[in-house]
Design a protein around this ligand. Structure first.
Ligand SMILES: Nc1ncnc2c1ncn2[C@@H]1O[C@H](COP(=O)(O)OP(=O)(O)OP(=O)(O)O)[C@@H](O)[C@H]1O
Length: 322
């Protein structure tokens, strides 16, 4: 559905070249739900804007829904839906009119466009709001209308640029419920950008992590977390038996750091343990055998932020919602 070859975009800002996207190779199969995840300024939107023909690549190629973005941008636009970061609709029209106009814009006749608008309003829980003017919609309702606008011409491929930024958690959950239902009903391929790592984690089947214009990881969230970050294990032992297990735990820390701090006659060790749930029982037994049984144990699964930290040495985003 999407294939890019060394897709790149440079901007010139005050005579300086900003390499926003650097030779990215992306493949998305029909029906996939893929999230581009990365911190602010990573190049997510620029990539999306090239794929949706809003920006011309500096170099490299991209084929979207079987059509080249440079050779036939109009052909790409006819085949995709795009929901940008801003609001798509005008202000003074009614929801139904806005949707029907969108369909007409894509060459549908009024009857078909009205039928499609009604179908989408039903799926996206907008029927009761059909006659409301767009300006009177709440943020969440407006975003749902944006999704309906993007789907009017039944694209097989839908791009969503930060679909839920600025929404409260309830509206985000609600929007996602609608998007997932649309997807189940129509088999739409979805590519989205987000800096909410929990969203990338729970909603998408595949996460493409972008940093400084480059793809630094591309896999399912589960595999990224299992392979890169490892679980966080905290284990406490009596202070006088800590020397008996320090070496053992250091070796288990998968080459990573073993942290420790002592308090109230106890030493608390912290380490990353790849496949922690599987390995922790064996480690506990080894600690027992070494004469230093664990007094408490805590095993925390990693987040995509841990993956990002592991890959870049930085946090994904200050203030990101988790
Ligand atoms: N029109 C432009 N002119 C100049 N520089 C730009 C332009 N658009 C983007 N950039 C720069 O390109 C880089 C990538 O920006 P982009 O918007 O793609 O990041 P992003 O990952 O989508 O970030 P965010 O999560 O904040 O939306 C940034 O350094 C940005 O400042």
């Amino acid at each position: 559905m999407i294939h890019t070859d060394k897709l790149s975009k440079n901007f010139t800002v005050k005579k300086e070249t900003v390499e926003a996207v650097k030779a990215v190779n992306i493949d998305v199969a029909p029906g996939e739900l893929v999230a581009f995840l990365g911190p602010n300024g990573a190049g997510k939107s620029t990539t999306l804007r090239m794929l949706t023909t809003l920006l011309k690549p500096t170099s490299g190629t991209a084929t979207v829904a079987g059509v080249g973005v440079s050779s036939d941008p109009a052909g790409v636009r006819a085949r995709i839906g795009y929901i940008g970061q801003g609001n798509g609709g005008g202000h003074s029209y009614r929801v139904i009119d806005e949707l029907v106009m969108q369909g007409r814009f894509y060459g549908m006749n009024t009857t078909d466009s009205t039928a499609r608008a009604q179908e989408l309003m039903k799926s996206l829980d907008l029927t009761d709001l059909a006659k409301r003017t767009v300006i009177k919609l709440s943020g969440g309702q407006r975003r749902r209308m944006d999704v309906a606008l993007g789907l009017m011409h039944s694209p097989r491929l839908l791009f969503l640029d930060e679909p839920s930024t600025g929404m409260d958690p309830q509206n985000r959950a609600n929007l996602w419920e609608h998007i997932m239902r649309m997807r189940a009903e129509h088999g739409t391929t979805i590519v989205l950008t987000t800096h909410y790592m929990d969203e990338a984690d729970s909603m998408s089947e595949r996460v493409i992590v972008i940093d400084h214009g480059q793809i630094i990881a591309d896999d399912t969230a589960a595999r990224l977390k299992a392979n890169l970050a490892g679980d966080l294990l905290a284990v406490e032992v009596a202070a006088d038996s800590a020397p008996d297990v320090r070496g053992l735990l250091g070796r288990a820390a998968a080459g990573g750091e073993l942290q420790e701090n002592a308090y109230d006659g106890v030493v608390r060790f912290r380490l990353r343990l790849t496949h922690g749930a599987r390995l922790a029982p064996g480690l506990l037994k080894q600690m027992n055998d070494a004469g230093a049984p664990a007094q408490s144990l805590e095993l925390k699964p990693p987040t995509l932020d841990d993956v990002f930290l592991e890959l870049t040495g930085r946090n994904l985003r200050e203030g990101a919602e988790v």
